[in-house]
Write a protein that binds this ligand. Structure first.
Ligand SMILES: *Cc1c(COP(=O)(O)O)cnc(C)c1O
Length: 230
């Protein structure tokens, strides 16, 4: 089942790219394996996938030592500052930087471990109370403030769009994020070139790719529904 799901998602991404005139290599698939066992990750790895997304530090720490070394782990969920030290040298990217304090902590721990961590800034485009993220109008100030920190490299923007029945309803969210990244690149802030746009999940990744996503974070369509009660 995992192989069918995985190859279905891969071919759907290809088809969407083709239909909107994008090169398929410009969209990276992040297989979101949160709550799923290491065996499921290994299965999808064996199909060729190397980039996986997790939203909890503990799960990265559990899976990291028992799975192949060349997996690129992306931390996509809310990150508490006191847990940064456990993962700065394990993850290929942190998608969820949304406070100066968190950015400073990543910087400090990265310098300590002599690594540079690629990060994305999480943006709360729709300004939902239930979501983490910087507001669009505060983004430039925020990025300018953290751009001087050593040990972290600001690569782009990330958003978790609202839950909607019709993915078309999120088109405006994705478009706003893309526009903002162009806007900020035009400001020529030192050390800042936003090239990545992490947006789109199982429900809305087609629309996100059409609007310029360079990374899509897909869980359910690959691994099936999650059961949080076990
Ligand atoms: C769980 C999660 C995803 C994947 O969601 P699906 O709807 O299962 O594809 C993507 N991004 C973040 C931040 C998540 O927490």
């Amino acid at each position: 089942m995992l192989d069918k799901n995985y190859f279905d998602v891969k071919s759907k991404i290809e088809e969407i790219c083709k239909n909107c005139g994008r090169d398929v290599s410009s969209v990276q698939l992040i297989a979101v394996s949160k709550t799923k066992p290491a065996e499921a990750v290994q299965t999808v790895y064996n199909l060729g996938q190397r980039v996986f997304g997790e939203n909890k530090v503990q799960e990265v720490c559990d899976k990291y030592p028992v799975l192949p070394e060349d997996i690129q782990w992306h931390l996509i969920g809310h990150l508490q500052t006191n847990k940064v030290k456990y993962i700065v040298d394990k993850v290929a990217m942190i998608h969820s930087v949304e406070s100066v304090k968190l950015a400073e902590t990543i910087s400090k721990e990265a310098v300590k471990k002599n690594v540079t961590v690629p990060v994305l800034i999480e943006v709360n485009v729709a300004e939902e109370d239930s979501k983490f993220g910087i507001k669009l109008e505060e983004l430039e100030t925020f990025i300018t403030e953290i751009s001087i920190l050593p040990g972290l490299e600001i690569k782009g923007l990330m958003t978790v769009a609202p839950f909607v029945e019709d993915p078309e309803d999120n088109r405006v969210v994705f478009r706003k994020l893309k526009e903002k990244s162009i806007d900020i690149n035009n400001k020529n802030i030192n050390n800042v070139e936003l090239t990545e746009l992490s947006m789109g999940m199982t429900n809305d990744y087609a629309v996100a790719i059409e609007e310029g996503a360079t990374m899509v974070r897909i869980g359910t369509a690959i691994f099936g529904e999650r059961n949080y009660s076990i």
